[in-house]
Write a new protein. Structure first.
Ligand code: BV8
Length: 233
């Protein structure tokens, strides 16, 4: 991309999923040792689950937040950060991931559509605040002091963040790239269709076939740590 760019490509939208962080040692959701293997989605990633058993849900996210200090960005994150720094056209990196590896690699033009492990949300006043400690200790909201913090994570049935910005960027993009996602969760899984209807080229970089593969104009299978630096070069 940054070497011999195609003159027809100015505006790029990139969607990442758990597969982009897999080589950093962050478990995916639906893989052989996936996160959902250890937990039923219904028990940890639904507002009802949080209401029913807040401590179980807080601990599920506390464990994942604590694990962030033990992992590093991989070659895929670093290549995307280089593209961000060098690409003169429009570029938006939309991640479904709630880890902070894209930021730590240096990506700036980045949106977390499913929230972030390192942020908390107050169920009392709705304020979001940076958070890196355990939430299972029922800490108080820094703004309203209510003991009502939850992970700032978009659960099933909740509206993903930044959808207006994301949809406008896809409307205007010439290239839509999906990296490391199973295409199992909407609305993210529907972005490729939206991009195609706007005439964009579509490329999937994924370890193996996903639910979205048939919808992409071009598909490359392999580890993100190898495919993404190749794509960015
Ligand atoms: C909403 C919490 C509306 C964060 C998550 C339309 C049709 C059908 C269903 C729906 C629909 N619209 C809405 C729904 C319902 C639902 C949904 O999609 N259900 C599915 C299961 C059918 N969607 C929602 O509820 C969404 N909300 O639409 O709200 C609304 C409207 C009005 C008012 C209010 C609401 C909310 C979705 C967000 C849910 N939150 N998790 C967390 O805990 O982390 S979803 C969860 O799955 C994660 O966020 C994750 O990001 C997401 C997708 O998973 P992937 O990232 O793709 O990971 P996965 O393990 O599945 O796959 C990994 C891939 O990587 C694999 O393909 C693998 O091959 C590849 N890979 C592995 N290693 C590598 C690799 N690739 C490259 N290199 C490697 N090394």
């Amino acid at each position: 991309m940054t070497g011999k760019p195609d003159p027809r490509i100015r505006n790029i939208v990139i969607l990442t999923g758990a597969g982009v962080s897999a080589e950093s040692g962050v478990p995916t959701f639906r893989g052989p040792d996936g996160l959902w293997e250890g937990h039923r989605v219904e028990d940890v990633a639904l507002p009802e689950a949080f209401r029913r058993n807040p401590l179980l849900v807080q601990r599920f996210y506390d464990e994942r937040r604590a694990a962030l200090s033990r992992v590093e960005p991989n070659a895929a994150h670093l290549a995307l950060a280089r593209l961000d720094a060098e690409w003169s056209g429009a570029l938006l990196l939309v991640t479904q991931n709630v880890d902070d590896l894209h930021e730590r690699a240096g990506s700036k033009r980045l949106l977390h559509m499913h929230g972030e492990l390192k942020r908390a949300l107050c169920t009392g006043c709705g304020a979001a605040s940076p958070w890196s400690a355990d939430l299972s200790g029922a800490p108080a909201c820094p703004r309203c002091a209510a003991a009502a913090l939850r992970p700032d994570i978009v659960w099933f049935g909740e509206m993903p963040y930044h959808m207006d910005i994301i949809e406008a960027a896809i409307d205007a993009c010439d290239l839509f790239v999906s990296i490391g996602t199973s295409g199992a969760v909407y609305p993210a899984a529907g972005f490729v269709d939206h991009a195609r209807s706007c005439g964009a080229r579509t490329l999937e970089l994924n370890l193996d076939r996903s639910a979205g593969t048939p919808m992409f104009g071009e598909v490359r299978h392999g580890p993100a740590g190898a495919l993404v630096p190749e794509f960015v070069a």
